[in-house]
Design a protein around this ligand. Structure first.
Ligand code: 6PG
Length: 470
C-alpha cells in the first residue's frame, strides 16, 4: 500500500484523501486550516477506512512523515498558488522525490514545471482529474502526463482510486510533459460544448415551446433511455426537477443566468486555433458564457429590439423528437472536433497520444461520461487515426440525426432562437461535406490585395499570381 502526501484539503482534496484511505492507502495531509484535515480524519474514522489519514502542521512535518522516495500530490488552485506550493516543498524534498499536480493547470505551465523540477533531480507529474467532489470521493477519471518513471510511482494507488468502467480503471498515462493536462483541458472543452447544447435545448423548450422546468426535466429524463444517456443529461434532469425549499418554485427559475468559467474552455479554443483544428462547438460554448455574463447589456438590448425567440409552433411532439436527434448530431460533432484537436496536438508536440485510451478513460468518473464513449473507444481501438464521423457507427448516427438538426435549425433560426452550439454543429457538418468550398474566393482576394499567390486546380503545387497583377 502506498503512503502519499496531499496538499490542499478543500472539497476535492478531502474527497480524494478519503478515497485513497478507503482503498487502504495512507495519506499525509497538509492544509492551511487544521480543522479541515481533522474533519477528514473524523470522517475516515466514522467510515472505518483502512488507510491512515495524517494531519500535518506544516510542510516539514508532511515531508518527514513520508517514506522515501516521496510523492506529494497537490490539489491547489492552478497558477500562482500552485507555484507557491511547489516553492514551499522544493527545499524540503530530496533528489528522486516527486510532485504530482492534480489541478486544472495550463499544459504549457506543466511543461515548464516539469523541466524546472527535473533539472533539480525531482519528478513531476501533471494530472487532470475529473468528476467533481463526488468523483474524487468515489472514483474520478484521471489523465496523467509526465515521465513514465513518475507514472510508475503512482499508478497503483491511482488505479485503486479511479472510477471503474466494467472493472477497468479510468486512469492512464498518456505521454510526456503537459499531455495529461492537455487532455483534461479538451475534456473540459467538450464539457463546455455539451453544457451549451443542453442550455440551448432547455431554451428551445422553455421559450420556444412554453414548457415549465418540471416538464423539461421529464424530457431530459426521457433522453436517458437513448443515445444521449450521459452524466450531464442525467444531472440536467435533476437540476430542472429540483424545487426551491424556500419558495416552492423551480430552483432553475431562480438561478441568475450568468455563467461562470475558470479558463479551461477558453484555453481549449485558443489551443485549437493555434493548431488550426476546427473547434467551433467549444468556441460556441465559451462565447455563449461570455455573452451570458453581460446581463445588463442584454436587458438593454431586449428593451431596444424586443426578445428574440418566438414560439416554435404547436407541434410540440415533433419539435421534441427533432431536438433529441439534433442533440445527438451536435454531440457527435463536438466529439469529432475534440478528438481531432487531440490528434493535432499529438503530432505538434510529438506526444504519440492514443485516442482509444483517452476515450476509455472518459467512459466513467468524468463529467463528460456518456454511452457514446465506449463506442468511440471501440472505433479508435480498431484504428487510432480514424475520423470519428466516418466510422460506420457514427456515420450512421450522423446520417440518421443530421436531417433533424437541419430542420430544427431552420425553424429555430427563423423564430429568432439563440442556438450557437447546435448551429455550429450544423455548419461544421455542412462545410465538412462540401468538397468544393468557397476558399478559392479567399485565395483570390488574398492574392489580389497582397500578392499572396494561390495554386491553380490545373497546376497543383505551383504558386502563381492572378491576372489582376499583369
Ligand atoms: C471536471 C470539471 C472540473 C471543473 C471545471 C469547471 O472535470 O471535474 O471539469 O474540472 O468543474 O473546471 O470549469 P468552469 O468553472 O470553467 O465551468
Amino acid at each position: 500500500m502506498a503512503h502519499l502526501g496531499l496538499v490542499g484539503i478543500g472539497v476535492m482534496g478531502s474527497a480524494f484523501a478519503l478515497n485513497l484511505a478507503e482503498e487502504g492507502h495512507s495519506v499525509s495531509m497538509l492544509d492551511r486550516t487544521m480543522a479541515k484535515m481533522e474533519a477528514v480524519q473524523e470522517k475516515g474514522k466514522a467510515e472505518n477506512l483502512s488507510g491512515e489519514l495524517i494531519a500535518c502542521a506544516d510542510a516539514k512535518a508532511l515531508i518527514d512523515s513520508l517514506p522515501t522516495p516521496r510523492t506529494v500530490m497537490l490539489l491547489v488552485p492552478s497558477g500562482k498558488p500552485l507555484d507557491g506550493a511547489i516553492d514551499m516543498l522544493k527545499p524540503l524534498l530530496a533528489k528522486g522525490d516527486m510532485i504530482a499536480d492534480l489541478g486544472n493547470s495550463y499544459f504549457k505551465e506543466t511543461e515548464r514545471r516539469t523541466t524546472e523540477l527535473e533539472a533539480e533531480g525531482l519528478y513531476f507529474l501533471g494530472m487532470g482529474i475529473s468528476g467533481g467532489a463526488e468523483g474524487a470521493r468515489h472514483g474520478p477519471s484521471i489523465m496523467a502526463g509526465g515521465s513514465k518513471e513518475s507514472w510508475a510511482r503512482v499508478q497503483e494507488p491511482l488505479r485503486d482510486a479511479a472510477a471503474k468502467f466494467e472493472g477497468s480503471p479510468c486512469v492512464d498515462w498518456f505521454g510526456p510533459g503537459g499531455s495529461g493536462h492537455f487532455i483534461k483541458m479538451i475534456h473540459n472543452g467538450i464539457e463546455y460544448a455539451d453544457m451549451q447544447q443542453i442550455a440551448e435545448a432547455y431554451g428551445l423548450m422553455r421559450d420556444g415551446l412554453g414548457m415549465d422546468a418540471a416538464e423539461i426535466a421529464d424530457v431530459f429524463q426521457g433522453w436517458m433511455k437513448g443515445p444521449l444517456n450521459s452524466y450531464l443529461i442525467e444531472i440536467a434532469g435533476e437540476v430542472a426537477a429540483a424545487v426551491d425549499p424556500k419558495t416552492g418554485t423551480a430552483m432553475l427559475d431562480l438561478i441568475l443566468d450568468k455563467a461562470g468559467q475558470k479558463g479551461t474552455g477558453r484555453w481549449s479554443v485558443v489551443e485549437a486555433l493555434h493548431l488550426g483544428s476546427p473547434n467551433s462547438l467549444m468556441a460556441a460554448g465559451v462565447e455563449a458564457r461570455n455573452l451570458s455574463a453581460q446581463k445588463d447589456q442584454r436587458i438593454v438590448w431586449e428593451a431596444a429590439f424586443g426578445a428574440s425567440l418566438e414560439p416554435l409552433g404547436t407541434d410540440k411532439a415533433k419539435v421534441l423528437a427533432q431536438l433529441e436527434n439534433a442533440m445527438i448530431a451536435a454531440k457527435i460533432c463536438a466529439y469529432v472536433q475534440g478528438f481531432e484537436v487531440l490528434k493535432a496536438a499529438s503530432v505538434e508536440f510529438d506526444w504519440n497520444l492514443k485516442m482509444g485510451a483517452i476515450a476509455r478513460v472518459w467512459r466513467a468518473g468524468c463529467i463528460i461520461r456518456s454511452v457514446f464513449l465506449d463506442e468511440i473507444a471501440e472505433v479508435f481501438d480498431a484504428d487510432d487515426t480514424a475520423n470519428l464521423a466516418l466510422a460506420p457507427k457514427f456515420k450512421t448516427y450522423l446520417q440518421d440525426t443530421m436531417p433533424a438538426l437541419q430542420e430544427l435549425m431552420g425553424l429555430a433560426v427563423a423564430r429568432g432562437a439563440h442556438v450557437p452550439a447546435l448551429f455550429a454543429a450544423l455548419s461544421f457538418f455542412n462545410m465538412s461535406r462540401t468538397g468544393q468550398s468557397t476558399a478559392n474566393m479567399i485565395q483570390g482576394l488574398r492574392d489580389r490585395f497582397g500578392a499572396h499567390t494561390f495554386e491553380r486546380l490545373d497546376d497543383l503545387g505551383v504558386k502563381v499570381n492572378g491576372p489582376w497583377h499583369d
